[in-house]
Design a protein around this ligand. Structure first.
Ligand SMILES: Cc1cc2nc3c(=O)[nH]c(=O)nc-3n(C[C@H](O)[C@H](O)[C@H](O)COP(=O)(O)O)c2cc1C
Length: 130
């Protein structure tokens, strides 16, 4: 899913995209948009992601006004991307794209096309504003 989102953003000329499993919390402040992929475990986001944003908050990482999005694969309830968006919006003051993008278990071609479209849409919205 992350690869498809990144491909969609790269499709927009002039967009620089980084696809990372992890970046240091402080590094987030250097991007115009942050798109977070997370699967749902036990009706929640994985502990690593929760701790990551707690750490970013402790470090006062400034993300206000940047674009935020969340996507992820799930099995039956899929809460995690929505919870991440809430944090990005309410704690960090980001402009979030709602609703989050969900794919049931392994994303099929339709889901991957939606991922591509999400990346493209965000890049198109940012181009010229950077
Ligand atoms: C231990 C465990 C707990 C899970 N809990 C949930 C859950 O609460 N809600 C849900 O929608 N999916 C749940 N799932 C399904 C995963 O979100 C789903 O398999 C997802 O595709 C995993 O993606 P990943 O392999 O990229 O981590 C759970 C899976 C496991 C193994």
């Amino acid at each position: 899913m992350a690869q498809a989102v990144a491909d969609g953003a790269k499709n927009v000329q002039g967009t620089e995209v980084e696809l990372n499993y992890y970046v240091h919390e402080e590094t987030l402040a250097g991007y115009n948009a942050v798109l977070v992929g997370t699967s749902t475990y036990h009706h929640d986001m994985p502990e690593t992601i929760k701790k990551y944003f707690e750490e970013a908050a402790v470090k006062n990482v400034s993300l206000a006004g940047k674009v935020g999005a969340a996507f992820g694969s799930y099995g039956w309830s899929g809460e995690a991307p929505k919870l991440v968006l809430e944090i990005l919006k309410n704690k960090f003051g980001m402009n979030v794209i709602e609703p989050p993008l969900l794919a049931k278990y392994t994303p099929d071609q339709t889901a991957l096309e939606k991922c591509f479209a999400l990346g493209k849409r965000i890049a198109e919205g940012l181009i010229g504003k950077a």
